[in-house]
Write a protein that binds this ligand. Structure first.
Ligand SMILES: [Ca+2]
Ligand SMILES: [Ca+2]
Length: 413
C-alpha cells in the first residue's frame, strides 16, 4: 500500500479578515486531504526528471511572467540556483528563490531577455546549469498578452494537524504565498508552502510553534505575473502538545479479546471472551501521557503498523476501541489507556509500530530480530503472557496483558 497517509483535517474557527481593498475570504468547512510525510517512499533511481507545475502545462503563460514553479524527482544533488528559459529569440534567466525538496520557485529576470519579459507567441525550454531539460512538460509557451489582473482569494482556513497548525489558501488562479506567524512575545516563524505556487496552497510553520499560544498569521499573495493579491491577517490558537505512548502490543492473541462469545460484551477490556481466537483479537494499547484530554477526531493521530502488509489506522477510525478509565473519542483523559484494534493483521515479528500526529512521530516500537528492535516478538512463550509490553524500566518484555490499565506491568518474563 501507499505508505503516505492521507488525512482529512478539521477546520478551527478563526477570525479571518482581508484588508479594505479585498473582500474577506470565507473559512472553508472541510479542507481536502493532503499528503503528510513521512519519508518512507522509495526514491526512484537515475537523474532527476523535471516538470513545470506553474504556469500549468497546456496553458499559455503571460508575457510578464514573474514566477516559475518547477519540480524535480528525485531531488537533484546540488540544488539548482538558476534556471534559464530558452526561446527562439534568446534566453531569459530565472533565479531560484525558494527550494523545498525537489521543488523550486524561480523568479524570472525580465530585464535579461530580448523582449522585456517573455516574448509573445514563444515556446521556451528550461535549462539548468547549461543543460537543457528537454521533456515536453518543460515547455513554457506564451500568448500575446501580459497579465495585469490581481488574483482573488476564494477561501482561507487554518486547522490543526496533530499538535501543529496548517493553512489552506484557495485562489482564482495560481498564486505564490508568503507569510509568517507571530505572537506578542516576539515569536516570528515563517510559513512554507506546498506547492510553492498553485491555485490551492497549503502552508505550515517552518518550525514548531509553542502549544496553546495565541498567534497572528499574515499572508501575502501574488499571482504568477507578480500582481499583488489580498493580504490576509488572522488569529488563532495553537493546539496542546500531544504526548502519547505505545504501552502494550498483542500481535499474537491467545484469547478472545474481541468478545466473539462471552467476555461481557465489551471488546478489548480486561475480560476476554470464550469464543474463537483469531487475528481479530490482536490489539495495541496507547496511553495519553500528556496533561490534557485529547479529542481523537481533532488530533488526527495515526497508528502505523509497518510489516509485510503495512496499514495506517487513524485512531478515530480504529476497528474497535476501549477506553480504560471512561474516556471517549472527544475526551481521552490524561493518563488513560486506550486499547484499539488496528486495521489489518499484525506480524509476530518484523513489525514496527509508529504513532504519528501530523508531521511529528510521537512514539515507535520495533519488534523483530534486528539490533534496533526492542523486542524479539514471535510466538508468546507463556500462554499467560501474550502481551509485548513496556515494563517499569522502559524495556519491552512478554507480560501478562492489562488492557485498559496504563500502569506498566510487573508480571513479565
Ligand atoms: Ca471483554
Ligand atoms: Ca495496560
Amino acid at each position: 500500500m501507499n505508505r503516505r497517509s492521507l488525512s482529512g483535517f478539521l477546520v478551527l474557527a478563526t477570525s479571518c479578515f482581508g484588508l479594505p481593498e479585498a473582500p474577506p475570504p470565507s473559512v472553508s468547512e472541510v479542507p481536502p486531504p493532503v499528503e503528510v510525510p513521512p519519508p518512507l517512499d522509495v526514491v526512484p533511481a537515475g537523474p532527476p526528471q523535471w516538470w513545470v507545475r506553474a504556469p500549468a502545462p497546456g496553458r499559455t503563460a503571460p508575457t510578464n511572467l514573474r514566477w516559475l514553479y518547477a519540480e524535480a524527482q528525485p531531488t537533484p544533488i546540488g540544488d539548482p540556483v538558476a534556471l534559464r528559459l530558452i526561446g527562439e529569440g534568446g534566453a531569459i534567466e530565472a533565479e531560484v528563490v525558494r527550494r523545498e525538496g525537489g521543488q523550486v520557485l524561480a523568479e524570472v529576470q525580465s530585464a535579461t531577455g530580448p523582449c522585456r519579459g517573455l516574448c509573445p507567441h514563444t515556446t521556451y525550454q528550461l535549462s539548468s546549469e547549461g543543460k537543457v531539460l528537454d521533456l515536453p512538460e518543460l515547455m513554457v509557451a506564451t500568448g500575446t498578452v501580459a497579465d495585469r489582473v490581481a488574483p482573488t482569494l476564494t477561501s482561507t482556513s487554518v486547522f490543526w494537524v496533530g499538535d501543529g497548525i496548517e493553512l489552506d489558501v484557495f485562489a482564482s488562479e495560481a498564486i505564490v504565498v508568503r507569510g509568517d506567524v507571530r505572537d506578542r512575545h516576539g515569536l516570528n516563524v515563517a510559513l512554507i508552502s506546498a506547492p510553492l505556487a498553485g491555485a490551492q496552497v497549503r502552508l505550515r510553520p517552518e518550525t514548531e510553534l509553542p502549544p496553546r499560544a495565541e498567534v497572528s498569521i499574515t499572508l501575502f499573495t501574488e499571482d504568477l505575473a507578480g500582481n499583488l493579491g489580498p493580504t490576509i491577517q488572522l488569529t488563532t490558537r495553537t493546539p496542546p502538545r500531544l504526548q502519547v505512548q505505545i504501552q502494550e502490543v498483542v500481535p499474537t492473541a491467545l484469547r478472545d479479546w474481541g468478545d466473539t462469545a462471552g467476555g461481557g460484551g465489551v471488546p478489548f477490556d480486561p475480560w476476554p471472551g470464550v469464543g474463537t481466537v483469531s487475528s481479530a483479537d490482536e490489539w495495541v494499547e496507547l496511553v495519553n501521557r500528556g496533561t490534557e484530554a485529547i479529542d481523537i477526531d481533532q488530533a488526527r493521530i495515526e497508528l502505523w503498523a509497518l510489516d509485510g502488509s503495512p496499514t495506517v489506522t487513524p485512531l478515530a477510525g480504529a476497528l474497535a476501541t476501549y477506553f480504560g478509565a471512561g474516556g471517549s473519542r472527544r475526551a481521552w483523559w490524561p493518563g488513560e489507556a486506550l486499547v484499539l484494534r488496528a486495521r489489518g493483521d499484525l506480524s509476530q515479528r518484523g513489525l514496527t509500530l509508529e504513532l504519528w500526529a501530523g508531521r511529528r512521530r510521537l512514539d515507535r516500537v520495533q519488534i523483530g530480530s534486528g539490533e534496533l528492535e526492542q523486542h524479539a516478538g514471535g510466538s508468546p512463550i507463556d500462554p499467560q503472557r501474550e502481551s509485548v509490553a513496556r515494563t517499569r524500566s522502559g524495556a519491552w518484555a512478554w507480560c501478562a496483558p492489562t488492557p485498559g490499565d496504563p500502569v506498566p506491568n510487573g508480571d513479565c518474563l
